[in-house]
Ligand binder design. Structure first.
Ligand SMILES: Nc1ncnc2c1ncn2[C@@H]1O[C@H](COP(=O)(O)OP(=O)(O)OP(=O)(O)O)[C@@H](O)[C@H]1O
Ligand SMILES: [Mg+2]
Ligand SMILES: [Mg+2]
Length: 690
């Protein structure tokens, strides 16, 4: 999971270098001969710019390292500079993990010279059989791909594997001294930019054991002023001590190099291992459960896994979670197979615990849900690891995953079942993450759908300007001319008009495909913003009310009946929630002198004649359709929320009644249908006024 580990500055940091303090240059004791350059300087005349055999160079010895440091240490920046320390420290740790060394001493002196000493076996100093006249030590320091970690005989689970590390450090140091104590003597050889400054020397007799590498990075490579950062060195050192409890690391640093809280002196030894590392790293941060920690050795062959993980609802400082992973004590900030195995073990363990406790929702959790809010440290020791590149930022050994997953699963299952209370809390926490994730995904889908819908609103829709559904109405209007009047009569903030042309399909019998193919209906669906059918979601409805506004005649009643049936068939929830209405346009206008009123129908007219207009000479006008009304009349009588009356469409209680209703609505006799609608509309009027 990327680099969040580094946010917690446990052992290393990925951040680009800050300007460094000027560095006093360390003068090599002997003058350094310039590194050999351009060995292929042609003796035959070459036309400038030509490309021939003489253009092809073969770099010798350590020259490629100086020419292309990026390939070996990932660049020449501050991170790369500190990688030199990692290489030397890794070698000392390999001696410790192989149980030949117990102590390591790290020291940064006032001149910026870094020393790493261990009390291990010491780099062999005897003459190398394949390189007559050279000691093994000189070979190791000056020949790429030389080392004792290829066969697995001298080391079992080493971080070193390429035979490159220390020779690279040598190549990129303007000064490097190796002291070895072994076979009863002290030995020493010095190098500059990879070149020996003389043969290996046997100094006095000594009972000590071990290796000391003292080096100073070359300003030609890293730039003038590039210097080790004590804080960074200290973090890298401390993490090594956490990763292997069998080692004690003594840290010292020249006081005047320290600019922060880094100690000048410290002894680092952590018998608690990663469990301690994790609790030190998360401090007082609130966690969901106590940490799950452990260490398991492989049974059949050399190898082990150690881990510590906990979860926090509030995140860990700058990040929601972090995973710090290591292989053979080498930090792998880019993760790899061991992290994958760790994640797999956690997610499988939690899922099977979910099965065990009948928590069905556990089925939906993914590794991401488990790890996103976890603070985790995982350290694996395996034979013959494979890393990506010399900086070893990522573990690529295929068995990394298998070994970690296999070794952690059992302890995890035990941990969960033995502490059901905290296991349930943890599972609940992870399920919440999963549900959050699913919700976010759905929201995104809705947003995306809304965005595309916006572009695809039907052209003939005159939408209202209000964005939210609250207080808005969609008038479905019969015919273009009525649509025109309605557009003028509406309140454009809250009222939208969708005119329907021609006949819509008889939806009672049409198939879903046919429904979609019907242009009038698909325009209506687009305007509503919903998906009809099983995936219907009332939340997507773009209007608070849907108002069917048709002429008060047989054709109008037919269209209204078709529309109601359509809603009932494809989105009954709209009706159930009381959001579908019928407008009640008047059929008659009555006037007598200054007095005037509208009558919805015959009965209403008669009533008005008996009351308001009693004994008056009444002028009676009959509207042939909505389109005949003036906009102001339409507004006053049918659309203005302050004056109009709407009939809410409701469903009968029982399914039978509904089917009966649909049958009657869709029946063959248009007149009966019309009367039915009129009756029912009237019936609804009394208790409705929206
Ligand atoms: N502190 C040490 N004690 C004992 N032997 C050492 C030490 N440092 C280096 N060596 C020997 O020198 C060899 C070369 O070291 P080098 O760092 O170049 O390569 P490596 O550790 O084998 O692999 P890598 O390139 O992955 O680091 C090692 O394999 C080991 O045999
Ligand atoms: Mg090494
Ligand atoms: Mg080497």
């Amino acid at each position: 999971m990327g680099n969040p580990a580094d946010l917690f500055a446990f052992d290393d940091e990925p951040t680009p270098p800050k300007p460094a303090a000027p560095e006093p240059a360390l003068k090599p004791q002997a003058a350094a001969p310039a590194a050999p350059r351009s060995p292929a300087a042609p003796s035959t005349p070459v036309i400038p710019g030509s490309y021939s055999a003489s253009s092809i160079e073969v770099l010798e010895g350590l020259e490629p390292v100086r020419k292309r440091p990026g390939m070996y240490i990932g660049g020449t920046d501050e991170r790369a500079l500190h990688h030199l320390f990692a290489e030397v420290l890794d070698n000392a740790m390999d001696e410790a993990v192989a149980k030949h060394a117990k102590s390591i001493w790290v020291d940064l002196d006032a001149d910026g010279v870094l020393s790493v000493r261990d009390d291990g076996r010491g780099i062999p100093v005897d003459p190398h059989p394949k390189h007559p006249g050279k000691s093994a030590l000189e070979v190791v320091m000056t020949v790429l791909h030389s080392g004792g970690k290829f066969s697995g005989k001298a080391y079992e689970t080493s971080g070193g594997l390429h035979g490159v590390g220390v020779s690279v450090v040598n190549a990129l140091s303007d000064r490097l001294d190796v002291t070895v104590w072994r076979d009863g003597f002290e030995w020493k050889q010095s190098f500059s930019r990879g070149l020996p400054q003389g043969p290996i020397e046997q100094l006095g007799a000594s009972k000590k054991r071990g290796t000391l590498i003292r080096f100073h990075p070359d300003a030609e490579i890293f730039g003038i002023g590039a210097a080790f950062k004590p804080a960074r060195l200290f973090r890298m050192t401390r993490s090594k001590a956490y990763l292997f409890r069998g080692v004690q690391i003594h840290w010292t640093c020249a006081e005047d190099r320290i600019t922060d809280a880094t100690p000048a002196q410290a002894t680092l030894h952590f018998p608690g291992g990663l469990a301690d590392a994790l609790s030190e790293r998360i401090g007082e941060i609130e966690t969901v459960t106590p940490a799950f920690t452990g260490r398991v050795e492989r049974q059949s062959e050399a190898g082990a896994v150690e881990w510590a993980v906990t979860w926090s609802p509030i995140g860990f400082g700058d990040a929601d979670g972090f995973v710090s992973s290591y292989c053979n004590t080498v930090s792998t900030p880019d993760g790899g197979t061991h992290e994958a195995g760790f994640r797999a073990a956690l997610v499988k363990g939690l899922k099977s615990y979910g099965d065990l406790t009948n928590e069905k929702r556990a089925g939906q959790i993914t590794a991401e849900d488990v790890i996103a809010n976890a603070g985790a440290m995982i350290s694996v020791f395996i034979r013959n690891p494979e890393f990506q590149g010399q900086t070893k930022d990522r573990l690529s050994s295929p068995d990394g995953q298998k070994i970690v997953e296999a070794l952690i699963r059992d302890p995890l299952d035990h941990w969960l079942t033995e502490n059901p209370k905290q296991a349930n809390v943890l599972l609940g926490f992870v399920i919440e993450r999963a549900e959050d994730r699913l919700r976010r995904r759905k929201d995104k889908e809705v947003q995306r759908a809304a965005a595309t819908r916006k572009l695809r609103l039907p052209g003939k829709l005159s939408d209202c300007s209000r964005q939210s559904a609250n207080g808005t109405e969609l008038f479905i209007v019969e015919g273009d001319s009525a649509g025109g009047s309605a557009k003028q009569a509406r309140d454009r903030t809250t009222q939208a008009i969708l005119p329907l042309r021609g006949k819509i399909l008889n939806v009672a019998s049409a198939t879903a495909d046919k429904l979609r193919a019907n242009i009038e209906l698909s325009d209506l669906i687009l305007a509503l913003g919903v998906t009809p059918g099983p995936r219907f979601d009332i939340e997507q409805l773009r209007y608070e009310r849907i108002v069917i506004m048709t002429d008060a005649d047989v054709d109008g009643a037919h269209i209204a009946a078709l529309l109601i049936t359509f809603f009932y068939r494809s989105m009954p929830e709209v009706i159930r929630q009381g959001r579908l209405f019928m407008a009640l346009p008047p059929l008659y206008r009555l006037s007598a002198g200054p007095l005037s009123d509208y009558a919805r129908d015959e009965a209403h007219r008669e009533e008005l004649m008996r009351t308001t207009f009693k004994g008056k000479k009444v002028e009676l006008g009959r509207f042939k359709g909505l389109g005949e009304m003036m906009a102001s009349q339409l507004k006053e009588t049918t659309m203005d929320p302050k004056k109009r009356t709407l009939a809410r469409v409701t469903l009968p209680e029982s399914e039978d009644e509904i089917e009966d209703l649909v049958e009657r609505l869709m029946g063959k006799k248009a007149d009966a249908r019309f009367r039915f609608i009129q009756d029912n509309a009237q019936f609804a009027v009394a208790d409705l006024d929206v």
